[in-house]
Write a new protein. Sequence first.
Length: 403
Amino acid sequence: MDYLCRVGTPAGEVVERTFSAPDEAVLRAELTQQGYYLFTIKRGAGLGGLTLRRTRVAPGLLLIFAQELAALLKAGLPLLQSLDIMLERQRDPVFRRSLGNVRDKVKGGTALSEAFKAEGSLYPPIFSASLTAGERSGALEGVLRRFAQHLRLNQSLKKKAVSAAVYPIVLLSTMLAMVAVLLVFVIPQFRSFYEGLGAELPLPTRILMGIALSVRGNIGWIALLLAGLVVAFLLWRQRASSVLVIDRALLRLPYFGGLIRMYATSQLMRTLSTLLAGGLPLLTSLETAAASIGNRAMGTAVSGCTHRIKEGASLTIALESTGMLEALPLEMVKVGEQTGALADMLSAVAEFYDEDLDIRIATVLSLVEPVLLVMMAVVVAGMLLAFYLPMFEAISTIQSRIH
């Protein structure tokens, strides 16, 4: 839940900022612990737990921030001065408020990684973990550049997937819109014309007319029902258990489940490679990488295998115990552990899966587009056939009477 608070900062300033917390009592305790004095508190805009406020800083903004902060640090500017410059240039209101919080905490002596971690879900877990690695190794600028590269690769893959899905979605939306217009506005207008023919309508026409009249007569209730179902689904999806159910179902989808598994594996491997290359311990890196996986079913399974690492098992055995990874990434992880080049091998797995995903997505699109076009043609042609069939029969009857 988001709260808009008017607070006094440890530096003596009075500002309005947005904070995230499970409830108001937890937020008050956290603010007191961080040295803030709370004047007023208001709950952020929402509807029964369905938040309307963006809960994360956009990856594009975070990518630019990481690149520019790395450049400022490389130029020799102190961290606090670099944050002041970044804060002055930032125009996004959510990111600006968060950066203000971070700057105040760093000014008060808090580590940069801890300051960003305290912002909760605004930032992905890998960001604060990468900063921790940079602070421990004394190479914060290099870690920021590696994190920026990680974000750039992830964004590139997402953009490819979105652009690939645009055309099929447009086709499907066009087909549904055409069907809706025919059912609601066109076909009901011919009811009196069909009745004037004085003959029994063919079965396809009777079915189509019944559906059209039912839809038009109950359009208000249908809209309310659809809106209610959407809101109920979004509220249900807010629960962590619901997200797990959905993600498990996605992994079981024929063919597409395999693509989703490949993308999640690529996320895991790339994140783990980035953190290990930054100098973080394996256990911490694996926990952070598990939290960064988009598919929560795989993320939960990977997170649940960390106890095997604590017991002394290898990463290969721990990942194999999840039952989520295919043989290829497991074999390459095993080779990486044996050769001492685990980070490089994990990066190679991610790159291989990214290339394979590009090929498979292109293959799917080459099949989906013609299939959708054929579906559109069949549906529209079937409706038009049912629509004109009584006219054809009436014309045939008239011609037979004339002859």
